[in-house]
Write a protein that binds this ligand. Sequence first.
Ligand code: SF4
Length: 183
Amino acid sequence: MNAPKKKLKVATTSLAGCFGCHMSLLDIDERLFTLLEHIEFDRSPLTDIKTVSPDCDIGIIEGGLCNAENVHVLREFRDNCKILIAIGACAINGGLPAQRNHLPLTTILEEVYHTSPGLSNGMIPNDPELPLPLNKVHPIHEVVKIDYFMPGCPPSADAIWKVLTDLLAGKEPELGHGLMHYD
Ligand code: SF4
């Protein structure tokens, strides 16, 4: 009898994302059952695993970098995953959250927490448990090396399926015209 093939370990995370890219991953619907015959999820919002295993095969990153914790998590993924994939517009170029880059961070924090109408005794949160925001939102390739970029906001389920099944087959992932979009 053939020994069962080792499943690939896949870790996923949402940094400065909206979880929409993860929803698109789940949108592969019943193909998830086929996928789970070949992969197991490691650290992910879909599991309760808190840190990335040191032998992860694929890391999938949704969202750009907007705070210090995002940078820490991204580095943890890069250190432990053989292949790192930037999924969605936010991870690739900062996405819509990067629109805040037009304003000074202090102006934004002042407006949201201090001067907005309806706030009573508003103050900018300063608990040391909270991650410090970065002055600008950054795409993830500015901090670590990324192996593949999957565009779209979000990429379609079919695009995610294609990339994952290509990788499982040991091929270079190719999206092709029909699956490549940026909106
Ligand atoms: S790319 Fe779009 S869907 Fe994905 S995290 Fe960013 S805003 Fe959400």
